[in-house]
Design a protein around this ligand. Structure first.
Ligand code: URP
Ligand code: ZN
Ligand code: ZN
Length: 489
């Protein structure tokens, strides 16, 4: 009988559909067996009284990336991957961002090299598309998709990043043809621009006006619009970082109509509100992100949407900009909401918050937690069942949770380099104590045991929503529509 390299014994396990008692036997980087009473291995971890869950997957985080405003994130691939690991996450999927005029092929190759040199856990990346020229859409993007980068993000706002509706149709057509998942940042750019201009003219520049300008209608309208655009190609889309009730409503309606529309929200929207931006001076800048934090009613709608399946993935949208002139405050105290770098750090706090507010407070079952934190990410982005499940043959990515451990979140217990946490003082019940990534115990006893660059690139397959034999193509749609038109003439 083959001896296990590592066993995890006596814990309560969960996948996305069930909770059960079993041991896990690991050989090399794979789970070799899951079942009761496994023979001891060369090394054994006693998980009695603990939850043993698939390692977290964070498919929306900004790492070693220049923002649309030209600000560099405080975290590189090393600090971000370390921080993720301490938070119970074993796979991250950040963004290689194409800025205007740049070659997508080169952007992706440069980013891949940074990741390979530094990540301590497994990783992949998406691309952010800002160009829709022929080289980008006919050569570079299809080649990347075929090499395992099977998702990309596009923006409907931010001057330096946004696509207009025509460009959106162009990229959706590629997503349909090449079977890639299009992730959409949905906010109506002109609504934001119109309100911002008037606020600034009247001297309202404080951080809290960020929320006023990025109002919920802007998010609702853009979400509805891109859903209609995607219908042209019958192509699945994912609306990322949903924060407004209107956006939840648009996704829910689309899904009820049978459309393949998916939604993501983030930990900060579940526990913070727009009031956090209303602090003296520029302090509220720490809480500026887009779409912005909203109100308690929006929070309740998000929890409900996570529970009823309207939203399928909970990500961090980790966007670590320091509270200084390199990030949040380029003009010091004179910085208006329009120049604040958008986003906040939450790679490490994402899962403890979801566990504490979800599982410990009775809002989520353990399988629901696994689905939102890991399994649905793996399915959505073409990594299932290699990742996102505790089963023989899967990668040995396992997080062992102490469900009763109490921790108060604070900047100095976290491992990112942002220099602040928006969750300072938050009481957490349930903590990821031991983290196994590809068979290696990378976090144990509050210490890191992983070398820089030891994480592996994961070439992703076709996202589950696109893994269909049905022909989805612009041409098919066009000829069908033309045939219909001729018939009714
Ligand atoms: O405010 C945010 N979310 N910043 C990060 C960039 C993005 O749009 O996701
Ligand atoms: Zn975004
Ligand atoms: Zn983001």
């Amino acid at each position: 009988m083959t001896e296990f390299d590592l066993t995890i014994r006596g814990g309560t396990l969960a996948n996305d559909k069930e909770t059960f008692r079993a041991d896990i036997g690991i050989i090399g980087d794979k789970i070799a067996a899951v079942g009761p009473g496994l023979a001891p291995g060369r090394r054994n971890i006693d998980a009695a009284g603990h939850y043993v869950l698939p390692g977290g997957i964070d498919t929306h985080c900004h790492v070693e990336q220049l923002s649309g405003m030209g600000r560099m994130t405080a975290d590189d691939w090393y600090s971000a991957s370390v921080s993720a690991a301490f938070g119970g996450t074993t796979t991250i999927v950040p963004f290689a961002a194409q800025h205007r005029g740049k070659s997508l092929k080169k952007v992706a190759a440069d980013y891949a090299a940074l990741a390979a040199e530094k990540s301590v856990i497994d990783y992949s990346y998406h691309v952010i598309l800002t160009e829709t020229d022929d080289v980008t859409l006919r050569e570079d993007l299809p080649a990347l998709i075929r090499s395992g980068i099977t998702s990309f993000k596009v923006y409907m706002t931010y001057d330096a990043l946004k696509l207009d509706d025509y460009q959106m149709l162009e990229v959706l057509a590629v997503a349909a043809r090449e079977k890639a998942l299009c992730m959409v940042h949905a906010e109506n750019t002109d609504v934001i621009r119109w309100i911002s201009k008037r606020l600034l003219e009247q001297g309202y520049g404080a951080p809290k006006y960020h929320g006023t300008s990025h109002m919920h209608l802007a998010e609702g309208e853009a979400t509805h619009r891109v859903i209609q655009l995607a219908r042209l190609f019958e192509v699945p889309i994912l609306i990322v970082h949903v924060s407004a009730r209107e956006a939840v409503g648009a996704i829910q309606m689309a899904r009820q109509a049978g459309l393949q529309v998916f939604g993501e929200t983030c930990s900060h929207y579940l526990v913070l509100t727009a009031e956090n931006m209303d602090l003296p001076g520029t302090e509220g800048a720490k809480y500026c992100c887009s779409p912005p934090l909203r109100d308690k009613a929006a929070q309740d709608a998000l929890w409900k949407a996570l529970k009823n399946g309207t939203l399928q993935v909970l990500s961090s949208d980790h966007a670590p900009y320091r509270y200084d002139e390199t990030g949040k405050l380029p003009y010091g105290q004179a910085t208006t909401f329009k120049d604040v770098a958008n986003g906040m750090p939450s790679l490490e706090a994402r899962l403890p918050i979801l566990f504490s507010e979800g599982v410990s407070k009775g809002r989520l079952t353990l399988p629901e937690f696994v689905a939102l934190s890991s399994a649905n990410h793996a399915r959505m982005y073409g990594m299932y069942p290699r990742k996102g499940v505790l089963a023989a043959g899967a990668d040995a990515d396992v997080t062992i949770w102490n469900p009763v451990k109490k921790v108060t979140l604070a900047t100095d217990i976290l491992h990112d380099r942002t220099g602040y946490t928006p969750f300072d003082g938050m009481e957490i019940t349930g903590w990821p104590e031991t983290v196994v990534s590809a068979g290696r115990v990378v976090v144990e006893g509050g210490r890191l045991h992983a070398e820089k660059g030891s994480g592996r690139f994961i070439a992703r397959g076709v996202p589950e929503a696109l893994a269909t034999d049905r022909e989805i193509s612009t041409e098919a749609y066009f000829f069908r529509a033309l045939a219909d038109a001729k018939r009714t003439k």
